[in-house]
Design a protein around this ligand. Structure first.
Ligand code: SF4
Length: 462
């Protein structure tokens, strides 16, 4: 008798699935520190007891249960969940109850391995009798990270809006930190202040988030930017601005990228990392783009049934796209009123940078589209260097490197690849130190050419 796919891979259906997680302890792998905390707060707001996993303590366990062919973020997140569950089992002993937990591991339906992380990690959890009954749930890029299948519909609609707003707020907290910390009057002032602001935001989101009254949250963003501005030592000259692009997990997870932002700051740079909001906006943008193409084709074929169904899909996606653009601008404006943080790149601008598909095409998709577009946009905006941060062997990042390296070299823009797999590369520091030196020279030559370079402007506008 031959088995059906469903029987063969039953565990991938039964224990990697979308279901209502209300009342469970949702285990969230840590990624960008501010965004992870605020994501957990959003889940709390709708009645899900979410917990951000302690990170990087279990890397050796993650490596032990992988073959080495997996992407580095897969090893880190696997190590985090196994470390947590082992500790929890030790702490609770016989009272440990696997039914209480759900492991949350989002996926993408793109061409690379991210779509398989949760299946692969299922196989590993199944090797432990005590963890076999812990289900894995996910949201997917397939339906633009909809949560309708993991919580009640009414909660999902609130969660979606709240989540988007808090992700943008997390991006802004990062940008305030990166704008102020290199020039702070006293070491540590910015980090401790932003951490306190984060705690206030988490409390607000948890207690009042579901009201979708965002004024209180926006006021905190404005106050945070306004106070943080006073930490800047205005006697210090503006440093060269470095844009970090690359794979979303490694570029935003400080332990995985060996704290590259702080390292670049230590060597004399100011840094801005591609945001989480950029990825969320891209997912919606790309969905609208595909739906528009479907509608156009239906129109050309005079297939009116397909045309109507295409429009039915496209209209809500377009509404969501403009909602996101409007909200993002509204929140950034609150911070920009007080402090000149870096704005985020609209996705349409990044696509425009592809020069009508000459450099890369959004039809191919993946994070390469964003990394290539953002690097060129950085160049256009007056950055003094670009770092491509990614997991060793990451497929889209290798594509970005292949396009960006020759292109930026030709344009005499300092550029460096920074691949990570958890190993310490003895020459990494010296390579980044040299890179920052080149960025400083780049800034100097721009300044001497009297270009209207943003990075050369003074801190506080008169
Ligand atoms: S984006 Fe890179 S790191 Fe992530 S799954 Fe794809 S190949 Fe792996």
């Amino acid at each position: 008798m031959t088995l059906t796919a469903k029987q063969d891979f039953g565990r991938f259906y039964d224990k990697v699935k979308q279901f209502d997680v209300t009342g469970k302890t949702l285990l969230i792998p840590s990624m960008a520190p501010f965004a992870s905390r605020l994501l957990a707060a959003c889940f709390h707001a709708v009645g899900v007891d979410a917990l951000v996993l302690d990170t990087f303590k279990g890397l050796s366990i993650g490596k032990e249960f992988t073959s080495g062919k997996e992407c580095f973020p897969c090893q880190v997140t696997l190590g985090d969940v196994l470390y947590f569950l082992r500790q929890e089992k030790k702490r609770l002993g016989a009272a440990f109850s696997p039914e209480k937990y759900v492991y949350f591991l989002p996926e993408a339906d793109g061409p690379c391995r991210f779509g398989m992380y949760n299946k692969m990690q299922r196989l590993v959890l199944d090797r432990f009798e005590e963890f076999r009954d812990i289900p894995i749930t996910y949201v997917s890029t397939r339906n633009s990270y909809s949560t309708v299948d993991i919580m009640p519909a009414a909660a999902a609609s609130i969660f979606r809006k709240l989540c988007y707003v808090t992700i943008i707020i997390a991006d802004i907290l990062d940008r305030i930190t990166w704008r102020v910390r290199p020039y702070e009057l006293r070491a540590g002032l910015t980090d401790s202040f932003i951490q306190k602001a984060l705690e206030v935001l988490v409390e607000q989101v948890q207690s009042r988030g579901t009201s979708l009254e965002f004024k209180g949250l926006f006021d905190i963003v404005g106050d945070t930017a306004s106070t943080a501005k006073t930490f800047i030592d205005t006697r210090q000259p503006r440093r060269p601005l470095i844009g970090i692009v690359g794979e979303i997990y490694v570029r935003t997870h400080p332990d995985s990228n060996q704290n590259i932002v702080r390292m670049l700051e230590r060597f004399g740079a100011e840094v801005v990392v591609a945001s989480i909001g950029e990825w969320i906006n891209y997912i919606t943008y790309d969905m609208a783009r595909n739906q528009k193409r479907f509608v156009k084709l239906a129109l050309l074929r005079r297939d009116f049934a397909s045309l109507m169904s295409g429009l039915k899909d496209l209209i809500p996606t377009q509404i969501e796209k403009y909602y996101q653009l409007g909200r993002q601008k509204q929140i950034y404006d609150r911070a920009l009123k007080y402090l000149d943080i870096e704005k985020d790149h609209p996705i349409a601008t990044l696509e425009h940078q592809m020069d009508k598909d000459r450099l890369y095409s959004f039809d191919i998709g993946t994070e390469s589209a964003l990394s290539i577009g953002a690097a060129l946009e950085h160049l256009h905006e007056g950055c003094s260097g670009v770092v491509n941060v990614y997991p060793f062997t990451c497929m889209p990042s290798a594509v970005s490197t292949a396009v960006l390296k020759p292109l930026l070299n030709k344009m005499r823009m300092p550029y460096i690849d920074a691949p990570y797999d958890g190993a310490i590369q003895p020459n990494r520091e010296i390579a980044l130190r040299t890179f920052v030196h080149q960025a400083k020279q780049h800034l100097q030559s721009r300044n001497s050419g009297n270009r209207n370079d943003k990075a050369a402007k003074c801190h506080i506008k008169p």
